[in-house]
Design a binder for this molecule. Sequence first.
Ligand SMILES: Cc1ncc(COP(=O)(O)O)c(C=O)c1O
Length: 397
Amino acid sequence: MKEKLADRLEEMENEELADLMRIIGRDDLISFAGGIPDTEIFPTDRLKQITEEVIANKGAEFYQYSSTEGNELLRKYLVDFLTERGLTPEFEEMIITSGSQQALDLVGKVFLNPGDRIVVEQPSYLGAIGAFKGYRPEIKEIPIEEDGIKVEALAVYLSQLKQRGESIKFIYLVPDYSNPSGARLSVKKRKEILNLAEKYNFYIIEDTAYSELNYYGQRLDYIKSYDSSDRVILLGSFSKFFVPGFRIAWIYNSKQFVQLVSKAKQNMDLASATAGQLILQRAGKEGLLAEQIERTKDFYRPRLEAMANALDDHFPQTAQWFRPEGGFFFWVKLPEGFDSRQLLEEALEQKVAFVTGSAFMTNPADGCRYLRLSFSNSQVDDIRAGIKILGQLIRRI
Ligand SMILES: Cc1ncc(COP(=O)(O)O)c(C=O)c1O
């Protein structure tokens, strides 16, 4: 069969992701691997009640297709959600997608021809790299620091491209508590990147998957809130701050862009599932989404702090990390020459899991010294015990 298959399948091969999915499926581990919310925080009783009400009120509509752009009530709810956060969308500027993972694929589909240039953070969300790779772009990675991508390095790269008469199509950013780095882009850098986008004529894909998960201070304004020329394509998702199982997310940009995405989506799945859209809209209207966003603070903050303290206590001085103020992740750099894949093998024998940095770089070898540790899905005691085991292994290796 092999000779009949498309070349793009090679781009889809991702050993790290396959390993990760295997690890996520195991329940005999202390797992810092999955970047997933804890089911314990899901408001299951309220959702059951809302679902029953929605079925009673909507009748057969609950089981019908929705439009490709998505249920109008949900899009209108999202207009309110984003308006509360300082934006001024209209509902025709919103399209519902089947998770923001689909939104990433749609962005690739709408923008990319083979060989087109794009920029991502290094490290960047592996699902985004995977989705974009399917469209065969040239991916340039620009390193991050605690306050987000290194804007100076980005500016140098863009200027060099310009001298060669070239440019990028878009930059993909997760500005708040990025996956996997936990970095948050400073306000200054948000504005600088937008200025670069104007100067060098490219789009910004702003993925806000973790933007509601602020455990200390307030959220920062979206890059989109400084955008007056539709340069920023905003992606949002219910997955991390509410529940991921409905697979509902959104894209916000101009009506024209929404129409393009809609055409692409039609060929992919016609429409996102109606049931989840109706339930989420009702949950939003009843204030349940806002309540959940508040609940995440007391739920995840102790876990973040347990991981920070355990890293201080058990990891060697030569390892480096910073403490995020939200999201799900710590990103740890180990000393020169260290191979996190070897560490993972030994850690799995002791029933502890994490994701190696290799998964988040286009060249896996660049990520060998890094670990992504997710604190979202483990109890505080397990976090302490698991980090202690990892610390001991690192010192021994
Ligand atoms: C940065 C980022 N974007 C998008 C996604 C996809 O989320 P979903 O498809 O559940 O909305 C994830 C999931 O891990 C993520 O970390």
